[in-house]
Design a protein around this ligand. Structure first.
Ligand SMILES: *Cc1c(COP(=O)(O)O)cnc(C)c1O
Length: 318
């Protein structure tokens, strides 16, 4: 279980490990949404995504371990490598052979070992489990873990300290660690606040699981919101029920709607974000999200997108 006190404790624990990120209003999105829209610029967090909050909290709570490991190649792996370095802990990020060299380089640049093993994500995950079993490493998963959720929750506390009259927070949704933490924090401070989750139509595992009433697997499809891909785990312990109980609405976006969000944030607001972080703007532009419940906060959750890809999307060529 995770409670509001865990989030308060996490905020104190990670204060010197993460940045307080800025907030700003968006005039163009406010006009379209029919009320004030704020951008929470968490894409300016160290490592380029909010995942540093949860990874730092989980790693900082560990007792005597040989090191930390995970099999995430994306923003969580990068965050864990960064947190481990700050704590002086060895980190081994397990990857499959399919992971491109630039991602391996990003991990080794943070002082972690990028251990390349097998031809699939499953094989990489097996190695992470072996490190836990045989070598005394702590395996820190990307979302379904109490300390990770509490760490992500510090973002909710920060939002309400910066925008006390916020009425509605739109949260990019994949495994639900971000939404569970932010919603728990925000609703414990302001029970009437509205929480909307946003995922892509292509392969949204949490949406399918909520519809089924229990965690289900979905086919993983390529999407512009690549950080929102992947399953929630058939053995999900925390984020499925927390998302079910704390989320007020769920919006799904097409690939074109996500691209429009990336383009708008770049051209109108001057913010470079990855697809997962553009879903709030994309939902407003698609007429699926309005700012009529008080100030609406969009969490810009990350910036880690290939620059050439970003440029092509902004040009309208992708
Ligand atoms: C991981 C991630 C998300 C989704 O977070 P969950 O806790 O898995 O729901 C959203 N945006 C970015 C940039 C991410 O890296």
């Amino acid at each position: 279980m995770v409670g509001p006190d865990d989030i308060t404790a996490a905020a104190a624990r990670i204060r010197d490990m993460v940045r307080v990120t800025p907030v700003r209003t968006s005039d163009s999105l406010s006009r379209i949404a029919g009320g004030p829209v704020w951008l929470k610029c968490e894409h300016l967090q160290d490592t380029g995504a909010f995942k540093l909050r949860g990874a730092s909290n989980a790693a900082a709570r560990l007792g005597d371990v040989a090191g930390v490991t995970t099999a995430s190649t994306g923003n969580h792996g990068r965050a864990l490598a960064h947190a481990a370095r700050q704590l002086g802990l060895p980190a081994i990020i397990c990857l499959s052979r399919l992971v491109p060299q630039n991602k391996r380089d990003a991990i080794t640049a943070l002082g972690a070992e990028a251990r390349v093993i097998g031809a699939s994500q499953d094989a990489a995950f097996d190695e992470a489990r072996r490190l836990r079993r045989d070598e005394g490493f702590a395996l820190i998963p990307p979302f379904d873990h109490a300390d990770v959720i509490a760490g992500q929750g510090t973002l909710g506390v920060e939002i309400l300290s910066q925008i006390p009259d916020a009425g509605h927070i739109a949260v990019p949704l994949s495994g639900g660690g971000l939404l569970a933490g932010v919603a728990l924090a925000a609703k414990s401070l302001r029970p009437d606040i509205r929480i909307t989750g946003i995922s892509m139509e292509r392969g949204a595992a949490m949406a399918a699981s909520l519809a089924a009433g229990h965690p289900v697997e979905v086919e993983e499809l390529e999407t512009l919101a690549d950080s929102l891909g992947g399953g929630i785990g058939l053995q999900n312990r925390l984020t499925f029920t927390m998302t079910r109980d704390l989320m007020d609405d769920l919006i799904l976006l097409t690939e074109d709607e996500i691209a429009a969000g990336i383009r708008h944030l770049a051209l109108q607001d001057g913010e470079t974000v990855e697809g997962a972080a553009a879903v709030g703007a994309g939902a407003i532009l698609a007429g699926k999200l309005r700012a009529t419940d008080g100030p609406l906060v969009l969490i810009l959750s990350g910036q880690n997108i290939d620059p050439a890809r970003h440029a092509a999307i902004v040009r309208g060529a992708a």
